[in-house]
Design a protein around this ligand. Sequence first.
Ligand code: GUN
Length: 287
Amino acid sequence: MEAKLIDGKEIARKTRMEIAEKVLKLKDEGITPGLAVILVGNNQASKLYVKNKEKACKELGLNSFMIEYPESLSEKELLDKISELNQDNKVHGILVQLPLPSHIEEKKIIEAITPSKDVDGFHPISIGRMMTGQDTFYPCTPYGIMVMLKEMDIEPAGKHVVVVGRSNIVGKPAGQLFLNENATVTYCHSRTKDLKQFTKQADIIVSAVGKANFITADHVSQGAVVIDVGMNRDENGKLCGDVSFDEVKEKAGFITPVPGGVGPMTITMLMYNTMKAASNASKMQHA
Ligand code: GUN
């Protein structure tokens, strides 16, 4: 039996419609959610991501403020800009596109963003709140995965989730969100010995590694849910994930495609977080 496809594009479309409705309500109250996106340098992938964020803002009725700097921008100049955006009440969310040039310390930049505008959910305060189950902004890709599973009626409680990859952006927060939903979580990474031994025990596999054909059919048990966060190019230059899709789909119960899986959910949840930041700001005003 072939795996059921988790259609990220369709789930993103539906979620975006719900967000657009909430944006309309905020506009009725005189608040247009605004997202500031800062891009430093010439990374081609980053440029595309940033453009897609701007497009999504337009589609959902949010204001976007795109700020582009040359590679030579100093850390101080970037910190000053963030400080200005922190004070600007038209801006509800601030996103600094990563990676940054090596002369700028990412940690310092992330910590400069005021947590109430941290729509990426990368600030240590946001992460601490997530770990302790408080209301906060969740990192967009892991949050998107949780929304997809909910839409598919896949319940994480009691399941064994194996997360492959331990980045701050995806792997670590994904494991935490699953733990918050009462899953049993195993983290695997580049130093894990005998990866298959772990992934074969998984009810749900989340792969965020960045290597084409990394997860093959013999990593996966019959009927498992396979979430592919990879964004790679195969030998023909075609976009693909971490999972050998054609063979794994014969064994898995559910699988996300690449493209059209997790990808469309990431920007969707960024829009959600920005709408929520604006809504929080509005409540503060009326309190
Ligand atoms: N670079 C790759 N993914 C992301 C993301 O989710 N947020 C930011 N700010 N940069 C990224």
